[in-house]
Design a protein around this ligand. Structure first.
Ligand SMILES: [Zn+2]
Ligand SMILES: [Zn+2]
Length: 185
């Protein structure tokens, strides 16, 4: 089946081989990549062992250079909007998934990003409720910390240092109690 680019729309996708010969389709203009999940799962069965090799992970990859399509992307096969799944709580990048057609659209270099994050074998996990719930939980913690970092400015690091010290102290409960109740401020 002939498909056009999911972001450029009028550009035809061309056959392209990703790591260890995973067949995908790629747009030569925007370098977005289409992956059929059935093919991906079969490829994974044959290559899972090789993916855990440390040498596969490209450490030098620069995540700050990445692009991400914020707007909705329509599936070129069924025309429905694709679901977006963030990969982790620190990056805005998403993988676009059509659950009807069982396929994925990645923006330029996002396959390299997955490789960098060591999750080439976890595309299906990223779309799971567990993964997404963990991500939301991590993000809530991050936002909470950032609010206090903004409020306390340079003192934030001192508070963190104290909190880490306290966490491992044998009398941490007593110290917390003292701080909250008995210190004559
Ligand atoms: Zn394109
Ligand atoms: Zn679809």
């Amino acid at each position: 089946m002939r498909l056009n680019c999911y972001t450029c729309n009028d550009r035809p996708l061309k056959l392209y081989k990703l790591d260890f010969g995973l067949p995908a389709l790629r747009c030569e203009t925007c370098e977005g990549t289409y992956i059929d999940l059935l093919t991906y799962r079969m490829w994974l069965e044959d290559n899972a062992g090789r993916l855990n090799d440390k040498n596969v992970n490209n450490q030098d990859f620069d995540v700050t250079e990445l692009e991400n399509t914020e707007t909705g992307i329509s599936c070129q096969r069924c025309n429905k909007y694709m679901d977006k799944y963030r990969i982790n709580s620190e990056l805005e990048n998403t993988i676009n998934v059509c659950h009807t057609c069982d396929d994925v659209w990645l923006d330029r270099d996002e396959w390299q990003l997955l490789k960098h994050l060591n999750v080439l074998d976890k595309l299906t996990d990223v779309m799971s409720d567990d993964w997404q719930n963990t991500l939301k939980h991590e993000e809530a913690i991050l936002n909470f910390k950032n609010r206090y970092r903004a409020l306390l400015d340079v003192d934030f690091e001192r508070v963190e240092e104290f909190a880490n010290w306290l966490e491992h102290h044998e009398h941490r409960e007593e110290i917390r109690h003292y701080l909250s109740r008995h210190r004559p401020w």
